[in-house]
Design a protein around this ligand. Sequence first.
Ligand SMILES: [Zn+2]
Length: 75
Amino acid sequence: MRKNKQSEIMYFNTENYVSYRCAYCGQKNVTEIDISMGFVQEYIEDCQVCCCPNTLKIMFNEISQSLDIDVTYSG
Ligand SMILES: [Zn+2]
């Protein structure tokens, strides 16, 4: 399986929506993050454009109020 690891800094906003680029098609997706579930989260979400499963690893930096998202191929 190919790996295409990318890291992007996304700014956290009050509505908890963040965007990331799909590891498969490169299109932007928007996802809702519930920080109360933890500052580090990892889950699989299907791309809203090509429906391929992306593994999202989300790390919230409480001090800078920013999110770091790693998007990788799943499966
Ligand atoms: Zn996609």
